[in-house]
Design a protein around this ligand. Structure first.
Ligand code: FHN
Length: 443
């Protein structure tokens, strides 16, 4: 007989009013601190060390016994982020190594039960974020190189010492239970930043607008179920997933790793299309996410300010990463750069916070951002006194240098609006900003 298989109804996700408000506030916030911190920091060679050195779980489990971040100071970290001009923090609750940086009741493989430190750093950080008005997101890894039921092992993971079987559904229940702990015991959580879906990705990475099916190993991440759980526990919590494919239903923002949305400058984002969601791009301050003692590829403060400005010009937030050391301190090079970025943000944050990208597409000289009747022209790489903008949505009624309010001359040409400065952009300026007053376009 013909058995008709009724496909599960695609959950049509309708964001709540709180969620929509949280999305807008997220877009207004523009700038956040990414923190990759775990027991891997003891080896000072990045957060993939367990996989890169193929360390079997039973050996890697020795690491937590040495993890004792006695110099961790939540107030110091949150103040550093706030002084840099950041409005939120996204910290790893569990990275791919499976070790929970908080007191989980569903596992003893966590900072309270397995380290001499015995304190819940996420609770301390959450309390300090609430005290200082900084939002807190948790980065949570789908991928888990430690849990026995994370099987089949997917694209990465230990080839040695891992069980040759497992119950993936039990692993998903474990993951959902930890997410429930994080969204119940740590106060208001601004969102969950997923990563690692790609380890057991579906073959249908070209989907648009529907939840991915099970992959050829029969692995179905059941994202609908996890996302519904998160939105039920905290409706305003925003879901993002660093899966490098187009957004799935239930996601509230779209991230582009090491890539300005649409520029496809890294292979990760080839398949990604820019959806209608708020956007975020993330980057390291050197070349490593987790603490890496030999990685001195420090980006200059100018590079980082330009990345922040370009992200805003691409209508995206910028999530800038630090990988704290095993003693709980942030390395001095990062502290210094963040303080310098904060000085720039103190003077120029008005041209970033609360803006949206455009109206002029990114150019080789820079980008534009807009807020209310203002357009900010961010000149990042231009040595001429004159700059021509293509047609703008409305009439430019006045223009001035944002820094000193000195007037900028406005004329028209066949190519568009010509802005003439009294002098070319100063070479030492991280960003020469021209502020335009826009009159509404006449009907
Ligand atoms: O594998 C992770 C990596 O460790 C790090 O967390 C980055 C951060 O965006 N995401 C994955 C690499 O794409």
């Amino acid at each position: 007989s013909l058995s008709i298989v009724v496909a599960p109804a695609q959950s049509v996700y309708q964001p709540s009013a709180e969620n929509l408000a949280a999305r807008k506030a997220f877009q207004d916030d523009k700038f956040g601190l990414f923190i990759h911190w775990g027991v891997y920091s003891l080896l000072a060679d990045g957060e993939w060390i367990m996989n890169q050195r193929q360390i079997p779980a039973k050996d890697y489990e020795k690491l937590p016994t040495f993890f004792n971040p006695v110099d961790f100071n939540a107030k110091e970290w949150v103040s550093m982020a706030k002084n840099a001009g950041m409005k939120y923090i996204t910290i790893t609750s569990k990275h791919h190594d499976g070790f929970a940086m908080y007191d989980s009741k569903v596992s003893d493989y966590d900072i309270v039960d397995r380290t001499p430190y015995k304190k819940d750093v996420l609770k301390m950080l959450a309390d300090e974020c609430q005290a200082q008005g900084i939002k807190l997101f948790f980065y949570h890894s789908h991928l888990d190189w430690h849990h026995p039921d994370y099987y089949p092992r997917g694209r990465t993971g230990q080839k040695t010492g891992r069980p040759e079987s497992g119950d993936f559904e039990k692993y998903l229940t474990y993951m959902d239970t930890q997410l429930t702990e994080l969204l119940t015991n740590y106060g208001p959580i601004a969102g969950i930043w997923f990563d690692g879906w790609w380890d057991q990705s579906s073959d249908d990475a070209g989907h648009v607008g529907k939840t991915a099916p099970a992959n050829k190993n029969g692995i179905d991440w059941k994202l609908d179920r996890t996302y519904s759980l998160i939105h039920k526990l905290q409706p305003a919590a925003l879901i993002g997933n660093n899966h490098h494919v187009a957004p799935f239903p239930g996601e509230d923002f779209q991230m582009f790793e090491k890539d300005l949305p649409g520029s496809k400058s890294t292979g990760f984002n080839e398949a990604q299309t820019i959806g209608q969601l708020p956007l975020e791009t993330c980057e390291t301050m050197n070349g490593s996410w987790g603490f890496n003692i030999k990685d001195n590829r420090y980006k200059s403060t100018k590079d980082l300010v330009h990345y922040l400005v370009k992200a805003a010009g691409h209508n995206a937030n910028f999530l800038l990463n630090v990988g704290p050391m095993p003693n709980g301190k942030i390395q001095p090079e990062f502290v210094k750069s963040l303080a310098e970025i904060g000085q720039w943000m103190q003077k120029n944050g008005e041209t970033i916070y609360g803006t949206r990208g455009g109206p002029v597409e990114a150019r080789n000289w820079g980008v534009t951002t807009a807020k209310g009747n203002k357009v900010y022209v961010h000149i990042l790489d231009w040595a001429d006194r004159q700059l021509t903008l293509p047609a703008l949505p409305g009439k430019v009624s006045a223009a001035r240098l944002f820094a000193d309010k000195s007037p900028v001359k406005i004329t028209q040409s066949a190519e568009g609006v010509v802005l003439t400065m009294a002098a070319p952009p100063a070479a030492d300026m991280l960003d020469t900003i021209i502020e335009l007053d826009m009159a509404p376009a006449t009907a």
